[in-house]
Write a protein that binds this ligand. Structure first.
Ligand code: ATP
Ligand code: MG
Length: 411
């Protein structure tokens, strides 16, 4: 992609309506645009990243047997009346011209359960794991966290259906591992802590995945011995570490990037999602649900990976791998940079080519703001040394490398 053709421009000033560091940087860099409190557009570069995060999630959900589907976002209200959740504070209620009531989906248990009922008849149909990645709507009172708390946001929600609790328990552990694979691949694994939270009637605990950052709204009690935590909301009923029984905690601010929950028969019973067991007896299906927020993960990545100059994208989800900068006016520089741009494309390297008529200062500042993992500079100076300047965004020093060497390194 040529930067001269890129639809978005960078801003010099930090936007006044940005809620936190990640929103400020993403808006300044032209990755997202704020339409209203908790409502954002994903502009070309931001959308590229969101899709990469969603694809990582897809791969890991498919690897644990997940089958992707897409449920509607517009829900006839009666589905929600079946479970008594129609009037929760978080839902946007919508009326049609004919006066029929709808709810905009803020979660999908009430929709997936009747769908699964049409798929499950006998124990032979179980287990199944269904998931979607979709826009959710929630009337958040405090939508002041940039992408961390949207009123409209992206969620991956997986629902599992089992013959019994033991089968759910074993799948739940697999899902935990898959979640950490996602967070590792997105570059936030080392800061993301498995956190015990209250479980409801069907299990003692549920689990959240909390990424430690000062901008997080949640407070967690991190066990100093184990790499797990307890959510503040249950610290009164669970005063010791569920793993080592210790009571030496460190209090940390964190953002919940995912959570998993054993639902038991909470949704299968009202929607009569049942099956015939081996003896021909009718039983309620046992369910689990597994949520994760791709758009919140996007914001969280920048909360934890930035510096004073801008964003620092992990390679797996960066919009481009290489930011190629042509620095200087000379024809020689322009030609060499054009040639290298074409070579990199031919090698399938994702490259953003700053071919604009801008000063070196503007180009370097934009490059730091955008945070593409590798910066490659072609200038008179580097050409004199018969090479290009290579610098990792996450590291300090620029090195001169030969073009051949660069291409081998990047491919
Ligand atoms: P929170 O306590 O932060 O409001 P939640 O418990 O309501 O989260 P869930 O209903 O379990 O969250 O949603 C599953 C996942 O969706 C969360 O772990 C989070 O990653 C994401 N998520 C939830 N609410 C939002 C939001 N308003 N904006 C962005 N992502 C969200
Ligand atoms: Mg919530």
């Amino acid at each position: 992609m040529r930067q001269s053709k890129l639809a978005t421009k960078t801003l010099k000033e930090t936007p006044k309506d940005a809620d936190n560091i990640s929103a400020a940087l993403l808006i300044r860099a032209g990755f997202i645009d704020r339409i209203g409190s908790g409502i954002y557009s994903y502009l070309p570069l931001g959308w590229k990243i969101l899709k990469k995060i969603e694809d990582i999630i897809r791969e890991e959900m498919n690897a644990i047997g997940g089958q992707e589907l897409l449920l509607p976002a517009l829900h006839p209200r009666e589905y929600w009346e079946a479970t008594g959740r129609a009037d929760l504070d978080a839902w946007y209620q919508v009326k049609s011209k004919q006066g029929k009531d709808f709810i905009l989906g803020g979660t999908h248990e009430e929709i997936i359960a009747p769908v699964a009922k049409k798929m499950i008849f006998s124990y032979r149909d179980l287990p199944i794991y269904l998931y979607q990645i979709q826009t959710k709507f929630r009337d958040e009172t405090r939508a002041k966290g940039g992408l961390l708390r949207g009123r409209e946001f992206s969620m991956k929600d997986l629902y599992s259906f089992h013959v019994d609790q033991a089968d759910l328990d074993s799948y739940y552990e697999k899902a935990k591992e898959a979640y950490f694979k996602v967070f590792n691949r997105c570059g936030i694994g080392n800061l993301t802590i498995l956190t015990y939270s209250s479980g409801g009637p069907f299990s003692k605990f549920s689990h959240e995945f909390q990424t430690i950052t000062e901008s997080g709204e949640d407070t967690i009690y991190l066990c100093k011995k184990c790499n797990i935590a307890i959510n503040k909301e249950i610290i009164d009923e669970q005063k010791t570490c569920p793993q080592c029984n210790g009571d030496d905690f460190e209090i940390k601010k964190a953002v919940e990037v995912g959570n998993i929950f054993k639902l038991g028969t909470k949704f299968s019973a009202p929607f009569e999602v049942n099956y015939l067991d081996e003896k021909g007896e009718k039983k309620d299906v046992i369910m689990g649900c597994y949520g994760m927020g791709p758009s919140r993960i996007l914001g969280t990545i920048i909360e934890v990976h930035h510096d004073a100059k801008g964003m620092i994208w992990p390679e797996a989800i960066a919009p481009f791998q290489v930011h190629l900068l042509a620095v200087g006016e000379s024809e020689n520089v322009k030609n060499k940079a054009e040639e290298l741009y074409k070579d990199l494309i031919a090698k399938n390297v994702e490259v953003l080519f700053d071919d604009r008529d801008e000063s070196a200062g503007v180009k370097f500042a934009d490059s730091d703001l955008l945070g593409i993992p590798y910066r490659v500079v072609v200038s008179e100076k580097t050409l004199k040394e018969d090479g290009v300047g290579l610098k990792k965004r996450s590291e300090g020093e620029e090195k001169i490398v030969k073009i051949e060497e660069l291409i081998n390194k990047l491919k």
